[in-house]
Structures are given as structure tokens and as C-alpha cells.
Design a protein around this ligand. Structure first.
Ligand SMILES: NC(=O)c1ccc[n+]([C@@H]2O[C@H](COP(=O)([O-])OP(=O)(O)OC[C@H]3O[C@@H](n4cnc5c(N)ncnc54)[C@H](OP(=O)(O)O)[C@@H]3O)[C@@H](O)[C@H]2O)c1
Length: 285
């Protein structure tokens, strides 16, 4: 991307910091082409000192000068931000929302703007090993720019149907906490049978990362994860005994129930945001 363009952030918190850090490290944009707005002066000062980007307390100013505008506030602040920015985003600009649960219709109604991207990043984005699932509405001439922004956080996947972003909110959004909960349980189990805590932590993490890499490599050759489990499970062996206990504890069913609950909550959050934005947009303020 040879010609620098202008990028704005409304909300200068954790995610804005992560994205700006990645964008600068990857040389996607120079710092003076990035502006961040927030109502928190201290946070803006921190962002400016860390990254050298321009900052403002005026959300509208950030929006008006941006070709791509990232909405990076918490869901509870979205309705007020949309009302404030309505009519202030340049018509050809792309608005990219990372707000969990906020649907494209809600964003469109609240902002009265056509070019919209909704995405769901996850926690490992903080170390640029995240997974972001995204979709778009309107004519997206900026698709390459959006990709460049999302790729600084790790992998990105475009999906045609917005429902898949809701599903991703439950799967890759909630996933890191579910996996971390599993790691915690494994370390406690190892400790229970006598493995020292620091050894347990190291072996559990290495097992998790190694298994994930193996599943990925095997998948590339068309090997299904169930086949790998079969390969390590000899009749009457240790793995067989462990898997039997997981089955009796409804392991698979509990994971499904947890992800389903997260999905239901995502949809509920989306309906709440939709209501907060309201049915009829007023004229631009
Ligand atoms: N953190 C993650 O790992 C993650 C992952 C996926 C998606 N997300 C989504 O990313 C979004 C941002 O998350 P985050 O963790 O970066 O949140 P955050 O650290 O709380 O940052 C949000 C910032 O927006 C500011 N803000 C609130 N109302 C504002 C307004 N009206 N105008 C301007 N600024 C305002 C907040 O200030 P105050 O704190 O003073 O209110 C805060 O500095 C959320 O919607 C979340 O769902 C986060």
C-alpha cells in the first residue's frame, strides 16, 4: 500500500492500542496518518507518547478526517457515539466496528452510513496471534485496507453472512477463556496427582500448543482430529481410560452448552444495542 491513507479510532482503549501498535510495527501507515479520539485525556496522552499518533477529545473531528474509522468503544457506549457521529463520517469512508454484538443494521441505522464492516477479534490479538472474523455491508472499495488493518492482529477471515460473525463471537471471542479454563483445570489435575505446579504449567502449555500445531498440520493432509485421537488411544491404555472419564462427565456436551450460551448472549447483546440505538434516526446534529 504505497499511498498513505487516514485512519481514525473512536475509543482509545486496549484494542485501539493493540491495533495501532501492530499497524505501526508492520508499516501499514505512518503515525501521523492515524488519529484517535477518546473522552479520557490520560489515555490519549498515553497513546500519543507510546505511538506518536495524533489524538483528540473530539470524536467528530476524528471521524471527519478519516478514510477508515474504527469504532472501538465498549458496547454500552456505542449508541451515544453513533448519535454523535451521525452525518459526520465522510460518505465514502469505511466504518469498521469491533464492538461485540453490534449488528450491521444497528450500525447503519445509528450512523446513517453505507460502508460498514463488522468484525470480531479475540484476546490473542493482543500478541498479534488473534483470529478475526469479519463481514461487510455496502460497496467496499476499501477491502484491502480493512484486511491490512485486521492482519496486524493475526489471522482474518471474511464471511458472507453476518450470522457467522455472531457465531464467531461465541467461538473465537469466547474461545480463549474456554481454552484458558481447560488449561487451568489440566494444571490443577497434574498438581493433584503430584506434579509440581511449575512443571505442570510448562508441560500442559507445551502439550496444548504442540497438539494444536499437530492438528493443523494433519488437517492440511486431510486427517480429521478424530483420527488423531484414535491413533493415540490403544485399547485398555491410559488415554482410553481418561477419555472414558471425560465422556462420563459429558465433556463434549458441556462445551457445546457453553458455546451455545455464549452465542445466545451475543444475540441478546445485539438486540439490546439495537434497542439502545432506537428505531428512527433524528436529523444530523
Ligand atoms: N479487549 C478485547 O480483547 C476485545 C476483543 C474483541 C472485541 N473487543 C471489543 O472492542 C471494543 C473495545 O474494547 P477495549 O477492550 O479496547 O475497551 P476499552 O479499553 O474500555 O476502550 C474503550 C475506550 O473508549 C472510551 N470511551 C467510552 N465512551 C466514549 C465516548 N463516548 N467517546 C469516546 N471514547 C469513549 C473509554 O473511556 P472510559 O474507559 O473512560 O469509558 C475507553 O478509553 C469493545 O466493544 C469490545 O467488545 C475487545
Amino acid at each position: 500500500m504505497s499511498v498513505p491513507w487516514s485512519l481514525g479510532f473512536v475509543g482509545a482503549g486496549v484494542m485501539a492500542d493493540v491495533m495501532i501498535g501492530g499497524l505501526l510495527a508492520e508499516g501499514v501507515l505512518p503515525a501521523d496518518h492515524i488519529i484517535a479520539s477518546d473522552h479520557n485525556e490520560a489515555r490519549l496522552a498515553q497513546l500519543h507518547v507510546h505511538h506518536g499518533v495524533r489524538t483528540t477529545r473530539d470524536n467528530r473531528a476524528a471521524a471527519e478526517g478519516s478514510e477508515v474509522l474504527v469504532l472501538a468503544v465498549k458496547p454500552q457506549n456505542l449508541a451515544e457515539v453513533l448519535a454523535e457521529l451521525r452525518g459526520r463520517v465522510p460518505p465514502q469512508a469505511t466504518v469498521l466496528s469491533i464492538v461485540a454484538g453490534a449488528g450491521l443494521d444497528t450500525l447503519h441505522r445509528g450512523l446513517q452510513h453505507d460502508h460498514l464492516v463488522r468484525c470480531m477479534p479475540n484476546l490473542p490479538c493482543r500478541i498479534r496471534r488473534g483470529m478475526t472474523v469479519w463481514t461487510a455491508r455496502g460497496d467496499l472499495a476499501d477491502r484491502q485496507r480493512v484486511r491490512a488493518i485486521l492482519q496486524v492482529m493475526g489471522q482474518e477471515l471474511f464471511v458472507d453472512h453476518e450470522a457467522q460473525v455472531d457465531q464467531a463471537t461465541a467461538v473465537n471471542g469466547t474461545g480463549p477463556a474456554v481454552v484458558a479454563e481447560f488449561v487451568k483445570a489440566m494444571v490443577e489435575a497434574a498438581n493433584y496427582i503430584g506434579e509440581p505446579r511449575e512443571v505442570a504449567h510448562q508441560t500442559v502449555l507445551a502439550t496444548l500448543i504442540g497438539t494444536a500445531e499437530l492438528i493443523r498440520a494433519a488437517g492440511q493432509d486431510g486427517t480429521h482430529v478424530a483420527q488423531l485421537i484414535d491413533e493415540v488411544t490403544s485399547p485398555g491404555g491410559t488415554t482410553s481410560r481418561a477419555l472414558q472419564v471425560l465422556k462420563m462427565g459429558r465433556f463434549g456436551a458441556v462445551v457445546t452448552e457453553a458455546i451455545d450460551a455464549a452465542h445466545q448472549r451475543t444475540l441478546e447483546l445485539g438486540r439490546g444495542l439495537d434497542q439502545a440505538v432506537g428505531p428512527a434516526p433524528g436529523p444530523p446534529r
